[in-house]
Design a binder for this molecule. Structure first.
Ligand SMILES: Nc1nc2c(c(=O)[nH]1)N[C@H]1C(S)=C(S)[C@@H](COP(=O)(O)O)O[C@H]1N2
Ligand SMILES: [Mo]
Length: 206
């Protein structure tokens, strides 16, 4: 078995695929894997649907504080997206289902001065991003992956998905979004991973 098979590295033809506009589907410096590595710095936190709360607070007109059942009852969307980790693996065609971030934005009404968002995990992980990146039609609070509940190690039962940024912006075990007027670095951002994390610009470190 070659080393490429060992790491689930996919063939050059898949890795060289082009998007309809002719640009490469795979961001620069990435390799394609069919496997799904697990990248977590903390221990997998326990989940209790009785005590879980999903909160949106900070620079918003209508803060939100939902129980697990209330979060589950919101309208859902499906989205298929590629996933790019800063450690250079990419995984294509992840089918997610969950609540669109824009669905939440219409409810909380960000104030005009809200420019950044800090995503919070109940494990204490945090990650920051511009509101402009979160306010898009491809971001969601996901519960399902490929039709099944997201595995606990992958952030189940609820994680953020922001496909256009490196995956450290896609917080696992999500329980809150904090709207900020000034940017603040999250967990990996404080440790040197790039504050913005655009895979197409190879924003890996800062
Ligand atoms: N809570 C939490 N979320 C996290 C991380 C983490 O360590 N803790 N790691 C991030 C990183 S670096 C990546 S690449 C993806 C990995 O998701 P996966 O383990 O499901 O592949 O989760 C991101 N979200
Ligand atoms: Mo990552």
């Amino acid at each position: 078995m070659g080393i490429s098979r060992l790491f689930g590295r996919q063939s050059d033809s898949a890795a060289n695929e082009r998007l309809p506009d002719g640009s490469p589907r795979l961001p620069p410096g990435q390799y394609l894997t069919s496997k799904w590595p697990i990248l977590t710095h903390e221990a997998i936190p326990t989940f209790d649907p009785q005590t879980y709360r999903f909160r949106i607070w900070g620079a918003v007109e209508e803060p939100l504080d939902l129980s697990w059942d209330e979060l589950q009852a919101l309208p859902r969307v499906q989205l298929t997206a590629d996933f790019h980790c800063v450690t250079t693996w990419s995984r294509y065609n992840n089918a997610w289902e969950g609540v669109a971030v824009r669905e939440l934005l219409t409810r909380v009404k960000p104030k005009p001065e809200a420019k950044f968002v800090m995503a919070h995990s109940w494990s204490d992980y945090t990650t920051n991003m511009p509101l402009a990146d979160l306010d898009d039609d491809d971001t969601l609070v996901a519960f399902l992956h490929d039709g099944a509940e997201i595995e606990r190690a992958h952030g189940g039962p609820v994680r953020l998905i922001v496909p256009k940024l490196y995956a450290y912006k896609s917080a696992k075990w999500l329980n809150g979004l904090e709207f900020l007027t000034e940017d603040q670095p999250g967990f990996w951002e404080q440790l040197g991973y790039h504050n913005h994390a655009d895979p197409w610009k190879e924003e890996r470190f800062w």
